[in-house]
Design a protein around this ligand. Structure first.
Ligand code: SF4
Length: 430
């Protein structure tokens, strides 16, 4: 049993009986249970309670045992002088406030065995994917959908905070921030860091000056990524080296360590060489990408911006020199959706938030509803328990749920946990 549970029971009024009586046999009528206080001081403010014949307005303090009042040293803190009712699970001693005995409601007899069992089921050290999975069938109703929206926005706000951080470092250069975010996304999980280093190794103005010529842009990217250090007898590589040598000198550039780029355990279509050429293709096609993405109003138009290919050389190569059979290296729909989810939506959301444009913020959230749900091991686990996901908005929400609620045992702050405790469990997801 912990205090958070008793606070929860009081807040959501999960009592088996509402005929409350104090430990010294006075009747209690509760007109308001009070507002939850998350700061220091009593647990609930502004409660309105009749005890016996007297109507009181004030605060409520909650403990497991009455003696916790003294353990927590509330007798030395004036913030507790206006407590009108001490709500405890177990009454083990009287408490005096300013010379008067504090009225006590002992909840032991007002909480059902079933509620306690459900609480212990949730808080047991179960190592399964979801602690609640054995005790609850999920239902996708209005409340659930609102909760999912909240989780999605919570996750998005985390990404927005990171965008805002980068903005400060870039002196509010939105184009540069978007470029760096997209670069990281192009590297996926395995090469994301390396792509982030690459994009931070030169100024965005340097990139803009190369945008009118695709070979120059590729020379800048491959050169800065350290792919042009070794000399190959290959026309494309020779051309890139020549251009890079000029750009490098002109803008006083230093390449990053090429060993950061990994080719093992990744599909050839995700090889950093192919992705670098495609990234160059994107900025060659759309040098002012940020200006464009805030203008466009739907995911379809944004996807069109990403209809790009690696340069022809890469149709027959995965790495420099080694030839393969010819395949056109264009971005797949799945890859484009990932970029939209991880880069376009957070940067667009951060921008419209900064100018307080509510309708554009909603439009940006709708983008996530138009994207297919992600496929990964966490999402597959949720689906095994009956969750039916249609969009990336829902899959992002469940990733937030897993990372910040389930893994930290925050079941009392979760809608599913609330439903487990309330035993609304004869339901299935629809
Ligand atoms: S946080 Fe919610 S979904 Fe996760 S284990 Fe707890 S009750 Fe279940």
């Amino acid at each position: 049993m912990n205090e958070e549970f008793i606070v929860y029971v009081w807040r959501y009024k999960l009592f088996s009986d509402f005929n409350f009586i104090t430990t010294n046999s006075l009747e209690i009528d509760i007109f308001s249970f009070g507002d939850r206080n998350y700061d220091s001081g009593p647990d609930f403010f502004n409660a309105k309670i009749r005890i016996g014949r007297q109507l009181w307005a004030g605060n409520v303090e909650i403990h497991i045992n009455s003696s916790d009042w003294y353990k927590h040293k509330h007798q030395n803190d004036n913030a507790y002088n206006n407590v009108i009712l001490h709500v405890v699970y177990n009454h083990d001693m009287e408490v005096e406030v300013k010379g008067n005995i504090l009225p006590v409601l002992e909840l032991k007899n007002y909480i059902s065995e079933e509620l306690i069992e459900n609480y212990f089921a949730l808080s047991s050290p179960d190592k399964s994917f979801l602690f609640c999975s054995k005790t609850y069938n999920f239902k996708a109703d209005f409340e659930y959908n609102n909760w999912i929206d909240g989780l999605f926005v919570q996750r998005l706000e985390r990404k927005v905070a990171s965008v805002n951080n980068q903005l400060e470092f870039s002196t509010y250069h939105w184009e540069q921030v978007l470029f760096r975010s997209i670069s990281r996304s192009f590297g996926l999980k395995l090469n994301g860091e390396a792509f982030a280093h690459l994009s931070a190794s030169f100024n965005f103005i340097t990139l803009q000056k190369q945008c009118s010529d695709r070979i120059n842009l590729e020379a800048l990217f491959f050169g800065q990524a350290g792919f042009l250090e070794i000399e190959y007898d290959d026309d494309y590589h020779i051309k890139l080296r020549e251009e890079y040598s000029f750009i490098k000198q002109k803008f006083s550039l230093n390449s990053i360590n090429n060993s950061q780029f990994k080719f093992f355990r990744t599909r050839p279509s995700n090889f950093p060489t192919i992705r670098i050429s495609q990234l160059a293709g994107l900025y060659y096609k759309q040098p002012k990408l940020f200006s464009k993405i805030i203008e466009l109003r739907n995911v379809g138009d944004i996807k069109d911006l990403f209809k790009i290919r690696a340069s022809k050389y890469w149709n027959t190569h995965y790495t420099f020199r080694k030839e393969t059979k010819s395949i056109e290296r264009k971005l797949t729909d799945k890859f484009i959706e990932l970029i939209i989810l991880n880069s376009i939506i957070p940067v667009r959301f951060a921008y419209f938030k900064s100018i307080n444009n509510q309708s554009k913020l909603e439009e940006t959230i709708e983008f996530a509803e138009s994207l297919k749900r992600e496929k990964n091991s966490v999402i597959s686990e949720f689906m095994k328990f009956g969750w039916k996901l249609t969009s990336a908005k829902e899959s992002q929400a469940l990733l937030e749920l897993k990372n910040y609620y389930c893994d930290n045992k925050q079941c009392l702050r979760c809608l599913i946990g609330k439903r487990v405790l309330e035993r609304n469990s004869n339901e299935s997801i629809s």
